[in-house]
Design a binder for this molecule. Structure first.
Ligand code: PEP
Ligand code: MG
Length: 886
């Protein structure tokens, strides 16, 4: 067994880490006895070794030569053999599919001599020269670094000169001439000749594929898809088969089910007399796969049989690339296919019904991210008006934005805050930045398997492709519809990726069916039922409870409908906004106890009323109420504004408003350079007399009120930003004092557990002590992230996170997905130490991470009792908590 190179028959699908997804699946198909052109795979390990040192891994090309010799032996032909050359494809293939993001070189092995041999054995001179010019072009741009636009210019010039529109109308002589032009171009640009030695072609192509792992496109894609940067790509070297040998040949792409809706059936595109790349590039328009039955019945039937066996074998939707070479079907690729969120849920439910997978496996196949996508609104079909054009519904959803015609403009405008729709004839991997920036992608050419469609689906981006009624004029930055309507750049349009339609202006939106189901419990057929089943399965499997962060009775009620099992965080500062701000201002500015108490007394009934509403909405379920957290000056007017007001009055010769002067004095006095780390959280409660007592009294009286009317209120009191056990002890004593007071006054015992947030490294590191005073912990991972990293949560994301993402310091913002290594370590310490002191300590999390899929898995693993997140994330968290428990 070699170290770096595996023959197809030596691998299998479970070796994707080493052989890449493509290589592993080719090996698997070979093992299944499907017709796969023979070949071998160079491992990701070889790529990693190459990227680490910049040098060819020791012995790699000796191994390649040995495998190549075996391949030649089985084919009965040699690479470079002048009379009948064996030709090779060299393709990238990483662990995770990165469609079109890395390099491929086809037709390796052709040179000035063997092109003549190929022409002879194939009996098709045009084909041989076309293959050669493709090799020179691909090799020139990919391996030798010549700008691909120069090749495009040369072929366009030749077509203009010959007066033809399409490449297929260039004859063998034209193409031979083009090869010469290309070779000269390469020489002029690089000072080097196009290599005639097939061994050198192969060697350099392999290294170029390795190198393309670190190309800009690939890096951007990985960042977007959260694929680690250190995996490397495998390289598949395979005997070429040809779909462009005439009308009895062709290439196609097929899905075993509809990747957009998930419905069963045969989906795909076929392009007669073409190479696979032409299908995916969307350069020529394809025919539906069903047409193949008429064109080549035998191959069609074989393909169906193979597709069925692949789906049964992989027990999932497979996508397949195939080529028919003069009536012989070859399978060139398969993988478990990318799909929309809707398709993921629908297919999972159907495969469970077909007993191909278990319900738990069905749950593993769907994701919280997909569910979140299905909760978005779509267009109201009754109000969209006449469509501008129709195309293929390639990736569902509704998007509104202004039309732009190139990737750079999309990026620029989006960065300026504009919502844009990227309109292209077809997209190439170079358009990726624009696709990421846009709300939707609209193309006038290409099928459901074109680059635009595949990439958009993978990103969950709305996409309509192949809208052939549109003529896209890139130069004049506009498109024209069939009836002559002209849509200029920056005109607002609406793209419906579910129906495959484009509308003028901003079309009105309606809620999603899934959202309606979550709100009302109303089940309709199709994806709604599939979602409901997945959620039931998750609820049955999960150990984590899911609570919501909610501050109003309405949010609490919605969260409950979405399945929340209580409130994990009620931020009381949100109750002090709006008209009540004036009362808070009075409290802060109070010159004496009397004035302060008067202000607090005015706030008390308002707070109590809020708590009654929330406890009622969550009757019988725990409601964790957090005492006031933010710095007090957040409730006061802006310092600069006040200063300007006073200065303007003085400039006019007026006396400034004495209230303004008083306010400015207070605001200046309380000003903090970094209020996030200043007088907030428990510190406020300890410093402002009467504040905690007022809040606790409001909570206790609300509990009494709810108890009196027969409710079952379960309030919990939570102290924020604690760093030392002593802070908590003092505050907890005060809480207990007030609870006892209210109990005595009302004759109704009020016993609320008192716990703390763990939001500071010191709290995590002294959790054993803090647990002496805390009846529960709730990780405030927003603050814990900011204080662990020393990142200000208000500023850094806009400031330099994109540079950090670019440099691979992290692959997602640590404010979005929990940093397991650092912040997660503190969580581990606090859980272990807290429970060592108090074994029944209830532990949850209420930072934003409580609704983030990856973080939910982490919290499950660390033995937390619950996660708490915004109401809309509750279904997502339920689903992911269930998946985490599988
Ligand atoms: C937290 O810090 O994670 C938290 C939930 O509190 P807030 O976001 O209100 O600071
Ligand atoms: Mg906090």
């Amino acid at each position: 067994m070699d170290r770096y190179v595996y023959d197809f028959h030596q691998g299998g699908r479970d070796m994707a880490d080493l052989l890449g997804g493509k290589g592993a699946n080719l090996a698997e198909m070979t093992r299944l006895g499907l017709p796969v052109p023979p070949g071998f795979i160079i491992t990701t390990e070889a790529c990693r070794a190459f990227l680490a040192t910049g040098a060819e891994p020791e012995g790699l090309f000796r191994e390649v030569s040995r495998h190549l010799a075996a391949l030649e032996e089985s084919a009965g032909r040699r690479v470079g053999q002048p009379d009948d050359p064996l030709l090779l494809s060299v393709r990238s293939g990483a662990r995770f599919s990165m469609p079109g993001m890395m390099e491929t070189v086809l037709d390796i092995g052709l040179n000035d001599d063997s092109v003549l041999g190929l022409a002879k054995v194939s009996g098709n001179e045009r084909f041989a020269w076309d293959s050669y010019r493709r090799l020179v072009q691909m090799f020139g741009s990919t391996v030798m670094g010549v700008d691909s636009a120069l090749f495009e210019q040369a072929i366009t010039l030749l077509k203009d000169f010959r007066g033809v529109l399409d490449d297929v109308h260039l004859d063998a002589g034209d193409l031979a001439q083009l090869v010469e032009t290309y070779k000269n171009l390469i020489h002029d640009e690089t000072g080097e000749d196009f290599p005639q030695s097939p061994a050198e072609q192969l060697r350099r192509a392999i290294l170029a594929v390795f190198q393309s792992w670190n190309g800009d496109r690939a890096r951007l894609y990985r960042r977007r898809e959260h694929i680690p940067d250190d995996l490397g790509t495998a390289v598949t070297v395979q005997r070429m088969v040809y779909g462009n040998l005439g009308p009895d040949s062709g290439s196609g792409v097929a899905f075993t089910r509809d990747p957009a809706s998930g419905r069963p059936g045969l989906y795909g595109d076929y392009l007669p007399n073409a190479q696979g790349e032409d299908v995916v590039a969307g350069i020529r328009s394809t025919v539906p796969l069903a047409e193949l039955e008429r064109l080549d019945t035998r191959s069609y039937r074989q393909l169906l049989t193979h597709m069925r066996s692949l789906e049964n074998h992989y027990r999932d939707l497979c996508d397949i690339e195939f080529t028919i070479e003069r009536g012989t079907l070859w399978m060139l690729q398969t993988r478990v296919g990318k799909r929309t969120a809707e398709a993921a849920f629908t297919i999972a439910a159907e495969l469970v019904d077909e007993q191909l997978i278990t319900p738990d496996e069905g749950l593993a196949r769907v994701s919280g991210e997909g569910l979140a996508r299905l909760m978005f609104p779509r267009f109201d079909a009754s109000a969209t008006g006449e469509a501008l054009a129709h195309g293929l519904p390639a990736s569902p959803g509704a998007a509104v934005g202004s039309a732009v015609f190139d990737s750079a403009t999309a990026v620029r405008r989006a960065a300026a805050g504009e919502k844009v729709i990227l309109v292209r004839q077809e997209t190439t991997p170079d358009d990726l930045p624009g696709m990421v920036a846009a709300q939707a992608v609209l193309t006038s050419r290409g099928g459901k398997t074109s680059h635009a469609a595949v990439v958009a689906r993978g990103m969950g981006k709305v996409c309509v492709c192949g809208a052939e009624e549109l003529t896209v004029d890139l130069e004049r930055r506009r498109f024209t519809t069939r009836d002559g309507t002209v849509v200029e750049e920056r005109t607002v349009i609406s793209v419906d990726g579910s129906a495959g339609a484009v509308y003028p202006g901003a079309a009105p939106l309606v809620d999603s069916e899934v959202m309606r189901y979550l709100e009302t419990g109303e089940r309709s057929e199709g994806v709604v039922t599939a979602v409901a089943r997945a959620l039931e399965q998750a609820d049955g499997a999960r150990r984590l409870e899911v609570r919501a962060n909610a501050d109003t009775p309405e949010d609490a009620a919605r969260a409950r409908r979405f399945g929340a099992q209580g409130i994990g965080l009620c931020r009381t500062e949100h109750m002090f906004l709006g008209e009540r701000r004036k009362l808070v201002e009075e409290m802060i500015l109070a010159r004496d106890d009397f004035m302060r108490e008067r202000a607090l007394a005015a706030l008390l009934p308002l707070q109590r009323q809020d708590f009654i509403g929330i406890l009622e909405a969550m009757d019988g379920l725990p409601v964790t109420i957090r005492l006031l957290d933010p710095p007090l000056h957040e409730f006061l007017p802006d310092r600069t504004e006040l200063a300007v007001r006073i200065a303007t009055a003085e400039a006019r010769g007026d006396l400034p408003d004495p209230h303004d002067a008083e306010l400015l004095d207070a605001v200046s006095h309380m000003h903090e350079e970094n209020p996030m780390l200043g007088l907030r959280g428990v510190r406020l409660g300890l410093v402002v007399p009467g504040l905690v007592a007022m809040q606790v009294r409001a909570i206790a009286e609300a509990v009494v009120e709810r108890t009196r009317v027969g409710g079952s209120p379960k309030a919990e009191i939570m102290v924020p930003l604690v760093g030392a056990v002593e802070e908590l002890r003092i505050e907890r004593d005060e809480v207990r004092r007030v609870l006892a007071e209210v109990s005595a006054e009302t004759g109704i015992p009020v016993t609320c557990p008192v716990g703390t947030m763990i939001e500071l490294p010191r709290a995590a590191l002294t959790a054993a002590r803090i647990a002496e005073q805390a009846e529960f912990f709730s990780f405030g991972t927003n603050d814990l992230t900011q204080t662990t990293w020393g990142f200000s949560r208000d500023d850094v994301e806009a400031e330099f996170f994109s540079a950090y993402l670019d440099k691979g310091i992290f692959s997602t913002s640590p404010f979005e997905t929990l940093d397991r290594e650092g912040v997660g370590r503190l969580v581990q310490i606090a859980v272990a130490e807290g429970r060592a002191t108090r074994p029944d300590l209830k532990i949850g999390v209420c930072g934003e991470h409580g609704g983030d899929p990856d973080s939910v898995h982490f919290f499950h693993g660390e033995g937390l009792d619950y996660v708490s997140c915004s109401p809309f994330r509750v279904p997502v968290a339920r689903l992911e908590a269930g998946r985490a428990a599988l």
